[in-house]
Design a binder for this molecule. Structure first.
Ligand code: FMN
Length: 321
């Protein structure tokens, strides 16, 4: 297994002494300078945000969902705001993995944070083909998306059942033997712990949770569902307490066999700390960046402030169970 080390604090003697708590975290052998990662589908390929804030401050960047073949995404309405969340039906629009590697990865690599490629597919063959290409690229980690609710084939259907979750994880593990593998779980699964265990047994090095919740909206004037696909994925503050409970329970039941990366509605340092206290080794921020582009920077500033106040020197001390 390759162990890419990005932005690890220098261990050389004579290096300037770090002040404040150590925020670095290692997920499946990948060292992140801090536990804050931009969530897939909400940060493009990183470059878009370089004019908005110093992207090098982040611990990691997850790419938009990638598939072997290019995809145009879904027709019709793709985003719909709700009082405390966001519904999306993007449908994995992306240029295909070859184009990603050729056109987007070189720039993404120069930004500094660890690069996590979010991989999706319609069937196991497409997942494996994509994984094989990523295995020989310079990405740091694969985040295997078996939880997208917005595609008709593949996506979430793999994440709802232990047997299919295990078979796609095993296939991707086999096709990408050199990359750390994190599997992204669906909150829509009936038994999340069983799916998590199946993925770990099939070769997952880490788990991320949660993807969006299957939801919908109806346009009462047009008297029809807003989305062409009828349902869409709900993210943002509305899902946070449920996502937090899922991270807590998974940490309790797996304790702490593999690192968990928590997400779902995290918008500020207090939200992020809740997930870290619940057992997440790192967190991802998605929808909050749309509302406030500086949200992740404020989280990165707020975590060490809390740790200093609590007398903590590193993130291992933060969990409460
Ligand atoms: C517009 C949009 C696009 C997304 N695209 C993807 C994707 O391509 N792959 C994926 O695994 N998750 C995708 N997600 C899910 C997010 O990565 C994240 O799991 C979810 O939104 C919960 O986090 P949040 O509440 O902080 O947004 C997307 C979310 C949004 C809002």
């Amino acid at each position: 297994m390759s162990k890419f080390v990005q932005n690890a604090p220098s261990k050389k003697s004579g290096a300037p002494k770090e002040t404040g708590p150590d925020l670095s975290v290692t997920i499946a052998g990948v060292v992140l300078r801090n536990p804050v990662i931009a969530a897939s589908g909400t940060f493009g390929y990183g470059g878009e945000y370089t004019k908005v804030f110093d992207v090098s401050l982040l611990g990691g960047i997850c790419t938009k969902g990638l598939t072997l073949a290019p995809r145009a995404g879904n027709s019709g309405v793709r985003l719909w705001e709700t009082p405390s969340g966001l519904l999306n039906s993007i449908g994995l629009e992306n240029p295909g993995i070859e184009v990603f590697i050729e056109k987007h990865l070189p720039g993404l690599r120069t930004l500094g944070p660890a690069v996590i490629a979010n991989l999706s597919g319609s069937d196991i063959k497409e997942y494996s083909g994509g994984a094989k290409l990523l295995d020989s690229s310079s990405i740091d980690m694969i985040e295997l998306n078996i939880s997208c609710p917005n595609v008709r084939e593949g996506g979430m259907s793999f994440g709802l059942d232990s047997e299919s979750a295990a078979s796609v994880t095993k296939a991707v593990r086999g096709a990408a033997p050199h990359k750390p593998l994190m599997v992204k779980l669906s909150p829509n699964a009936a038994d999340l712990a069983a799916i998590a265990r199946a993925c770990i047994n099939a070769g997952a090095d880490a788990l991320s949770l949660v993807n969006t919740f299957k939801a919908m909206a109806i346009d009462i004037e047009q008297r029809k569902p807003v989305f062409d696909n009828i349902s869409a994925g709900l993210s943002g503050p509305a899902i946070r307490p449920v996502a937090l409970r899922m991270v807590w329970e998974l940490y309790e039941s797996l304790c702490p066999k593999v690192p968990l990366v928590g997400m779902g509605g995290i918008a500020d340092a207090i939200d992020a700390l809740e997930f870290l206290l619940a057992g997440a080794a790192a967190i991802q921020v998605g929808s909050a960046t749309f509302a406030h582009a500086g949200a992740m920077c404020e989280i990165i500033k707020g975590i060490p402030e809390y740790m200093t106040r609590m007398g903590m020197t590193n993130l291992h001390e933060i969990r409460i169970h």
